[in-house]
Design a protein around this ligand. Structure first.
Ligand SMILES: Nc1nc2c(ncn2[C@@H]2O[C@H](COP(=O)(O)OP(=O)(O)OP(=O)(O)O)[C@@H](O)[C@H]2O)c(=O)[nH]1
Length: 483
């Protein structure tokens, strides 16, 4: 996935700077130059990139920093904050509430992925306990109803449409009425597209909206159009009172960064992104966790939710505790993989782990990612208990690596790669551990002040990196601790 490449390039620029003996103005400028290049390659607008560069320069005054300050951390934070700034339109959109009927209307150009996205959106909410339904008011494209019917049947979602009726307004009204009666709490109306923005399309959208009074109009946009996203999003926003945007096809082209930043520049909240043709290739778009994952900083809150959804409840507390407390041995690494294999799209889950570089497990390459995990696990199967439980990073000497490689039928490089990946994640987890109270156990944490204590102990930047105090709160709840 190209966005992962963007994240990888930015992370590499930051890492290269950290490797410099002294972080001086030159190292800082080189790093900014590399970051700007990566953003431009992802088709982010030149002006936005230069603004971002200037803002980071302003935020970081190397000369004014007291001796001993972690300059790398400060620079990384400024980059993080600016990327968030660039992608955050600053206002949330309407979100449907379970049990309360809402109508959500989808609009967009032909081929943008509107029909596919309607079903993904319905399916996503179905998993969250909603009773969604789909209405096909696209009478423009022959075959649109069949496509929706097929998708809806696959996802077991009730649908409404007609092969005979040519008036989209009539179908939309009938469908919405029917599903209101059936107590659907999320009625999704798919409308016609056109090849380009044209008056007839906007007029039809206006009429369907007037007749069905949607609580939210979602504009679906093909992410491969890069910077042109700005004009398109702006035009739809003005003509159809668009309340939210879903950017699709962010899985295989060069312009993902451009499309996302351009949409954000129209001050329209992006609510989800489409990352493939399948139902599960759909992600909530939340700026901070997204940027965290982009930069390989992880998304603990997302991970906690994934684990909650996928793992038997009695196993959650133990794994979460081991993760958050940072006793991150190779055995924990192994157990984590074993659990991850049960959790659906691997790349998506892995990118939520702090320290995991998303480019190692690119989106849309789940088979490869799975194979890689299995390879790592086979390698670890050839290790001794002492090696798996060791906390000594130097234990894996060349002769041990050679033995493990022979035992697992892999090359020494495969073993070293696995160990490198393990070390990177262990390092991030141990950073988290250092910031938590030493005597943090269930009893100590079992009081209301603990969250405040943690909040005060963890530096603001680090807290931002892990998505604020909420993920910690979730982790504590997962562990069965009151907060
Ligand atoms: N790779 C990729 N393909 C997608 C994504 N979303 C949709 N598609 C594909 O894009 C094509 C067009 O999607 P549709 O859902 O038919 O588009 P539409 O906007 O409803 O088209 P009209 O009904 O003609 O307006 C289909 O082949 C989808 O499988 C995505 O996130 N990634």
């Amino acid at each position: 996935m190209v966005l992962a490449q963007l994240g990888g390039s930015i992370s590499r620029a930051l890492a290269q700077m950290s490797n410099a003996t002294v972080i001086d103005d030159k190292a800082f400028a080189d790093c900014l130059h590399e970051i700007a290049r990566a953003l431009l390659q992802s088709d982010v607008q030149i002006r936005m990139v230069s603004d971002m560069r200037a803002n980071i320069r302003r935020a970081v005054n190397l000369d004014a920093l007291p001796a001993g300050t972690n300059k790398r951390r400060i620079i990384q934070q400024a980059v993080f904050a600016e990327l968030c700034n660039m992608l955050d339109p600053g206002k949330p959109s309407f979100t449907p509430t379970k049990g309360k009927p809402s109508v959500v209307m989808f609009v967009g150009l032909q081929g943008s992925g509107k029909t596919t996205t309607c079903t993904k959106y319905a399916h996503y909410h179905q998993l969250k306990g909603f009773k969604p339904s789909l209405v096909c008011a696209d009478t423009f494209r022959a075959g649109a109803f069949d496509q929706l019917k097929q998708n809806a049947t696959k996802a077991k979602i009730p649908y409404y449409g007609s092969y005979m009726e040519s008036d989209p307004v009539k179908i939309a009204v009938e469908g919405v009425e029917r599903f209101r009666k059936e107590k659907s709490d999320l009625i999704i109306v798919d409308t016609s597209g056109r090849h380009k923005q044209e008056a007839a399309l906007f007029e039809e959208m206006r009429q369907v909206a007037e007749a069905t009074k949607p609580d939210l109009v979602i504009f679906v946009m093909d992410g491969s159009i890069g910077q042109a996203a700005f004009d398109q999003a702006q035009a739809f926003k003005q003509s159809a009172s668009v309340g939210a945007v879903i950017v699709t096809k962010l899985d295989g082209h060069a312009k993902g960064g451009g499309a996302l930043s351009a949409v954000a520049a129209t001050k329209s909240p992006v609510v989800f992104i489409g990352t493939g043709e399948h139902m599960q290739d759909f992600e909530v778009f939340d700026v901070k966790p997204f940027v965290s994952r982009l930069l390989g900083m992880g998304d603990l809150s997302g991970l906690v939710n994934k684990i909650k959804d996928a793992m038997p409840a009695d196993q959650q507390p133990e794994l979460m505790q081991r993760l958050i407390e940072g006793t991150f041995t190779l055995r924990v690494f192994y157990d984590l993989f074993q659990n991850l294999l049960n959790m659906g799209p691997i790349g998506q889950v892995l990118s939520m782990i702090p320290g995991f570089r998303s480019e190692l497990m690119p989106k849309g390459h789940d088979k490869e990612s799975q194979a890689k995990i299995k390879r790592y696990m086979t390698i670890m199967d050839s290790m001794t208990n002492a090696e798996l439980d060791s906390t000594n990073p130097k234990l894996m000497s060349e002769s041990r690596i050679k033995r493990v490689a022979r035992g697992s039928g892999r090359t020494m490089k495969d073993v070293t790669d696995m160990l490198e990946e393990y070390k990177r994640i262990a390092k991030v987890c141990s950073k988290l551990k250092k910031k938590l109270p030493k005597n943090m156990d269930r009893n100590v944490m079992n009081n209301k002040d603990t969250l405040n204590t943690i909040n005060n102990l963890i530096p603001k930047q680090l807290l931002n990196q892990i998505g604020g105090v909420n993920p910690l709160q979730s982790v504590m709840k997962q562990m069965g601790l009151k907060t």
